[in-house]
Design a protein around this ligand. Structure first.
Ligand SMILES: [Mg+2]
Length: 298
């Protein structure tokens, strides 16, 4: 894994701690654009990297011969002080579409425990013209040293109530778990330490249409809609993305459950009753028109 292999160049002057004035300004701008702040992790969330030497023999043959030639995997060189490593990076399927579509609803930041050199290289692959990743880039150099490493809202320029985080590692976001959207880790390369078959072993890849990024994008869109769906008399001051996440989950869990079915049945019966009560109404015209309750039938 890349982040463990790249040496950190921790520099105290690079620490960032946005203050409340900056966050207030940022909030105003986001609300005026009807956007929220999306924070993305890199490794195993939207891509996977490995030093080529760390690949299994199987992957070295398969990736080296086939996928690099086909430009499905990027090979690149990381040069540090006195060392040089050859890396391979595989972008998660659908990631470019994900970034492009998400950028219409969110300001997008990267928050990774990889170092700045590595992160810059990854952003060059993901968004070379910097069209979509338009907010913060937070790297290991910015994160206070701790064991284990932690990520947190304190480095973000937005209020917690407008921040959504997509990261395969839940535990690093312990303090901001309510802002987190679940995503299954992306493991393209073969991993001898795991029983799970990698995508390379299957000669396949995650689906663009039905894979995790497509699912997460759908969820993000619902949360964005829920956040900006104001009730009469409500204003944005009362909105909190953590409530929107909860509400979207609640609605989702209701779908297909007994409770939802019986609620739906109750509403339908009420509408039929109303329809019968008012004999002037031609029930064929309402949405219950499959039920033959018009004057002609009566
Ligand atoms: Mg990760």
């Amino acid at each position: 894994m890349a982040v463990q292999n790249l040496k950190a160049t921790v520099n105290s002057s690079s620490s960032i701690h946005p203050d409340s004035i900056e966050r207030d300004e940022n909030l105003k701008t986001l609300l005026s654009k009807k956007k929220l702040h999306l924070v993305l992790d890199l490794d195993n969330t939207i891509l996977e990297s490995s030093i080529i030497q760390n690949l299994t023999t199987y992957d070295r043959d398969y990736v080296g011969v086939k996928l690099i030639e086909e430009k499905k995997v990027y090979q690149w060189v990381y040069e540090g002080k006195g060392f040089k490593d050859v890396y391979v990076t595989k972008l998660r399927p659908n990631v470019k579409t994900f970034l492009q579509k998400a950028s219409t609803l969110f300001d997008i930041s990267i928050f990774t425990l990889g170092n700045l050199t590595y992160t810059t290289k990854m952003i060059d692959l993901l968004d070379p013209e910097r069209l979509y990743i338009n907010s913060q880039v937070i790297t290991r150099e910015n994160v206070p040293l701790s064991t284990p490493w932690r990520k947190g809202h304190d480095l973000l320029s937005s209020h917690e109530r407008v921040v959504l985080v997509v990261d395969d590692a839940k535990d690093v976001w312990e303090a901001n778990a309510k802002n987190l959207i679940d995503i299954a880790p992306y493991g393209f390369f073969d991993d001898e330490s795991s029983n799970k078959k990698s995508w390379t072993r299957k000669w396949a890849d995650e689906s663009e249409k039905y894979g995790e990024l497509a699912r997460v994008l759908r969820e993000l869109k619902k949360i964005h809609k829920e956040f900006y769906n104001l009730e009469e008399g409500e204003d944005y001051e009362s909105r909190d993305v953590r409530d929107a996440i909860k509400e979207v989950k609640r609605k989702f869990s209701l779908q297909g459950t007994k409770e939802a079915m019986s609620q739906h049945a109750k509403e339908t019966i009420n509408e039929i009753d109303e329809c019968f009560k008012s004999m002037e109404v031609n029930c064929r015209k309402n949405r219950l028109n499959r039920i033959q309750t018009s004057h002609e039938v009566m």
